[in-house]
Write a protein that binds this ligand. Structure first.
Ligand SMILES: Nc1ncnc2c1ncn2[C@@H]1O[C@H](COP(=O)(O)OP(=O)(O)OP(=O)(O)O)[C@@H](O)[C@H]1O
Ligand SMILES: [Mg+2]
Length: 686
């Protein structure tokens, strides 16, 4: 038993990466650190530069959409975490966001702003913020993303109490180059040759109050000999970590009575006042406000506009000046990305609030709208509700698709021109083509709809309703589109964000449109499943070719059954051609075309295959479907009794649906019944 246990421990131990561990635990003198910078000056990047490089590092994809060149940043696919926080369908807003990071990393201005993600509820604002936080956290643990800070050691003469006299961590995890006084820092960097042709080392700001206190004490002790002071410095790698509150902070407005500015800028440590005797002694201060903690990384302001005015000045100073003001201390420099998010309603309030004007002026607003492409929206749901994650329940084909269609429809504005229906617009947006519509038209459509994507149903609502449907005990282990659509519909009654009956009726009506779309989809699918009988099509095709050959050559056809010569079967030929709208006046041309093609093939010694002619294939499939529909007596499915022969045929179709289209036993039966009922209703259009 003991042996097994060691063996398992060894196995786990073998997974440990020692080289990485050594790297991450790197520690050295200030002199050593200067060598590190010489080799890789990028370790001194500021928070914006590091964030931008982190995003870019994952690579990009360029593509054209509606004649517009777009960039997709792989970072937002979250492949690094198995796609758990992937953001879909928002390439344009994300491009804007990355551009802001880029400009900020160049120092062009946005580094002095609060980056404000703004959009309707559930549009992935928090997801984007989470991605960025996780991203820089991970980046700090890679070789490319390495950054450093320092500890003070041997502080006996400085008057630090307890363990802190042996080792005192820089409380704001500052860049060690800040230890070079500002007045000669730039010159020092230049003379030491720390910069490279690709990267200019430039470190702003001064030490935090606690470090400055220690620094000054040591300078006093050594009579101003800076090099001696540096002997008290140990530089080490800094690993950002949200959990450990290193380099990543989060601030969420709460009840104002329970919240004061110490949550942002740190607080006096009352226990230590007794030791140091004064509440303005930096040794008796906890630099643990969110701004302190987030130094070198990113601070996220959840619902930033709900912020009490009392905090506003801290936020403004932090963004504009990169300075915060801890209680009782001078201004303190910070280096961090300030990211806020807010939903529409709060933003509108901001517009009419003059107190907040100063803030509005210091934000870069990035709209994060809802997705307006069905296939992208569907990916949100496919991420959570797929066969790998949902055990013991099957999700019928088109279930997520119909939910996504409805979600998108609620977000679209009615097209103004073009006599276009909303459903057609939805399809155009999703990359489908409609006769008579060009990419320019689509561009126009997008342009005329200014607020599109800022209203409508949120993915969160859909997610909730899908999960309701999943846990309901109806459906015998399979969730189908109707079950989800019913959930969507009944939830509308209690939806807190729907304010008027008119809106509710509109959303209901859109659900009706989705049901119609779904009917069309499954009708087509069942038709294809029924006519997917290659052998039968080949036979029908041979028969058709025999007939048009005789027709074009003005001959007779041998009846295979009676052996008699007969006139070509005009009714058969037309019933096929009509399926693809060949008018009577064009039939001769069509038949001749096919015969010419067959002739040309024959010269090359090749055989005609109906699969090479798309139109003919479609005509044959539709014809076969029509013939078989009656022989299978789909309509008889609606009645309870089905004879054995029919049942066998139905089973063949069912199996095709299971094999080719992802149905299960339950939903294939449901769909066949559903389509049968449509046919029974008699409103089939070809
Ligand atoms: N474009 C998108 N790509 C991927 N997932 C999305 C997208 N939009 C929304 N989601 C999903 O919707 C859910 C809500 O997202 P999130 O919490 O990030 O929204 P939010 O904008 O912060 O909402 P709120 O304003 O209510 O705070 C998440 O499950 C998220 O994965
Ligand atoms: Mg959120």
């Amino acid at each position: 038993m003991v042996e097994i246990r060691t063996a398992m421990v060894e196995k786990i131990a073998a997974m440990q990466d020692f080289a990485l561990y050594r790297d991450l635990a790197w520690e050295g003198s200030f002199e050593d650190y200067l060598q590190v910078i010489r080799q890789n000056p990028q370790v001194t990047r500021n928070a914006f530069q590091r964030a931008y490089d982190m995003i870019i590092r994952y690579g990009i994809e360029e593509y054209t959409d509606n004649k517009k060149k777009l960039i997709r940043y792989n970072f937002f696919k979250d492949e690094q975490n198995g796609g758990a926080d992937a953001v879909y369908g928002l390439d344009i807003p994300l491009m804007r966001l990355v551009h802001v990071f880029k400009a900020a990393s160049e120092g062009y201005g946005p580094e002095k702003r609060v980056i404000l993600l703004h959009g309707p509820v559930g549009s992935s604002k928090s997801t984007i913020a989470r991605l960025l936080k996780k991203g820089i956290e991970h980046y700090s643990s890679t070789t490319d993303g390495a950054l450093y800070t320092f500890d003070w050691i041997n502080l006996d003469d400085v008057g630090m109490a307890g363990a802190e006299s042996a080792r005192f961590k820089c409380p704001m995890n500052e860049e060690p180059l800040r230890l070079i006084p500002l007045s000669w820092r730039e010159k020092a960097i230049k003379e030491l040759g720390l910069s490279s042709p690709q990267f200019t080392v430039k470190v702003d700001g001064e030490l935090d109050p606690a470090c400055r206190f220690i620094f000054n004490k040591l300078m006093d002790k050594y009579g101003g000999d800076w090099s001696k002071v540096m002997q008290h410095v140990r530089v080490r790698r800094l690993l950002l970590s949200e959990k450990d509150r290193v380099g990543i902070g989060t601030f969420q407005p709460k009840d104002e009575k329970n919240q004061d500015s110490t949550e942002l800028t740190g607080d006096i440590n009352y226990r230590k006042i007794a030791e140091y005797g004064s509440d303005s002694d930096p040794r008796a201060f906890n630099f643990d406000g969110e701004f302190n903690v987030a130094n070198r990384g990113i601070v996220e302001f959840i619902e930033v506009l709900k912020l009490d005015v009392a905090f506003l000045y801290d936020l403004l100073g932090a963004s504009q000046e990169h300075k915060i003001k801890p209680k009782k201390f001078a201004q303190t420099d910070i280096d961090e990305v300030i990211l806020g998010h807010t939903n529409e309603a709060e933003y509108k309030k901001l517009l009419s609030n003059e107190f907040m004007e100063a803030l509005r002026d210091r934000t870069v607003k990035i709209d994060i709208p809802y997705i307006t492409r069905v296939s992208e929206e569907q990916r949100i749901y496919a991420k959570d509700y797929n066969a790998g994650k949902i055990r013991g329940k099957h999700i019928a084909p088109h279930t997520l698709e119909t939910a996504a269609m409805w979600a998108v429809l609620t977000r679209l504005e009615d097209p103004k021109k073009h006599q276009l229906t909303l459903v057609q617009k939805m399809k155009l947006y999703d990359g489908k083509t409609l006769p008579g519509f060009t990419q320019d038209n689509i561009k126009e459509l997008r342009k005329e709809a200014v607020r599109e994507g800022m209203d409508g149903i949120s993915p969160r609502y859909i997610q909730d309703k899908i999960s309701n449907a999943l846990v309901s005990d109806r459906g015998e282990g399979c969730v189908n589109p109707f079950m989800v659509m019913n959930e969507l519909e009944s939830g509308l009654r209690h939806h807190s964000l729907i304010t008027s009956d008119e809106q509710r009726r509109h959303y209901s009506m859109l659900l009706g449109l989705v049901k119609q779309e779904y009917e069309d989809i499954v009708k087509n699918e069942v038709q294809r499943a029924i006519s997917a009988d290659e052998e039968a099509i080949a036979k029908l095709c041979a028969n058709y070719i025999d007939n048009i050959k005789a027709y074009t050559q003005k001959e007779r056809v041998k009846n295979k059954y009676t052996g008699q010569d007969e006139e070509p079967d005009e009714r058969l030929m037309r019933s096929i051609e009509e399926k693809i709208d060949i008018p009577d006046s064009r039939k001769d041309d069509f038949r001749r075309e096919i015969m010419n093609y067959i002739g040309a093939l024959a010269i090359e010694g090749r055989q005609f295959d109906f699969r090479t002619n798309e139109r003919l294939q479609k005509a044959l499939e539709l014809k076969l479907f029509e013939d078989q529909k009656d022989s299978i007596k789909l309509t008889s499915l609606v009645s309870a009794v089905v004879d054995r022969d029919t049942q066998e045929k139905i089973d063949v179709v069912k199996n095709r649906m299971i094999r080719n289209y992802g149905y299960c036993e339950v939903c294939s039966t449901d769909v066949l019944n559903f389509v049968a009922s449509i046919f029974a209703r008699g409103d089939v259009k070809d």
